[in-house]
Design a protein around this ligand. Structure first.
Ligand code: 5GP
Length: 207
């Protein structure tokens, strides 16, 4: 059975450690996974590069992508468009790689609707206090930004139950291992093997 890749959505609070987690996962299992790079109309932050963190595009370019059906999903988040380009994702899945999308909830639900085999993961620190510690520990954001991210976390927590698994990012290695195992287990779900089951049934009838 040729193994096709699946989609894995990873969402989580700002400060949950998603970036570090993704890097560690790809370092360990780089041949199995591909990270999708989104398009966005927001301005690049310092240190961000076009084609690495995001494809930074104009509103017109983004709307053109919508029109051409070049996005798997898109959402408006705090006044900017964010979307997942289709071609790279489909290409990687066809090549047997699981594609990781680091996107927010509206996009997550759209992807799940369009691709029911998608695995929805939510990453969180072990406690609210730890989330605040991590945000303050970065020392890159002002108090005001930290406050707004914590407020945003209150809203995002409302949607945690829409996800299939919650990954508590306490110990990084443990979290990477759990994530890898959950993705592997998703491949074994019966939904993923519909065609293969149909073929086996046919063969059984002919024995
Ligand atoms: P940021 O501006 O901090 O990089 O991202 C803001 C939010 O947009 C994050 O929650 C991030 O996961 C989400 N996001 C990034 N790319 C995409 C995308 O392609 N689609 C959707 N729906 N959300 C995205």
């Amino acid at each position: 059975m040729k193994k096709k890749g699946i989609l894995v959505v990873v969402s989580g609070f700002s400060g949950a450690g998603k970036g570090t987690l993704m890097k560690a996962l790809l370092k360990e299992h780089g041949e199995q996974y591909a990270l999708s790079i989104s398009a966005t109309t927001r301005e690049p932050r310092e240190g961000e590069e076009h084609g690495r963190e995001y494809f930074f595009v104009s509103r017109e370019e983004f709307e053109q992508m919508i029109e051409e059906d070049a996005l798997i999903e898109y959402a408006c988040y705090v006044g900017n468009y964010y979307g997942t380009p289709k071609s790279y994702v489909l290409e990687q899945m066809e090549a047997g790689r699981d594609v990781i999308l680091e996107i927010e909830i509206q996009g997550a639900l759209k992807v799940k609707e369009r691709f029911p085999d998608t695995l929805l993961l939510f990453v969180t620190p072990p406690s609210a206090a730890e989330l605040e510690n991590r945000l303050r520990g970065r020392k890159t954001e002002t108090d005001e930004v930290i406050r707004s991210r914590l407020e945003r976390a209150v809203e995002e927590a409302e949607f945690m139950e829409s996800y299939e698994y919650i990954l508590v990012n306490d110990d990084l290695d443990t979290c990477v291992r759990e994530m890898h195992e959950l993705i592997q287990a998703q491949h074994l779900r019966t939904g993923k093997s519909r065609e293969w089951i149909a073929k086996l049934k046919e063969e059984l009838r002919h024995l």
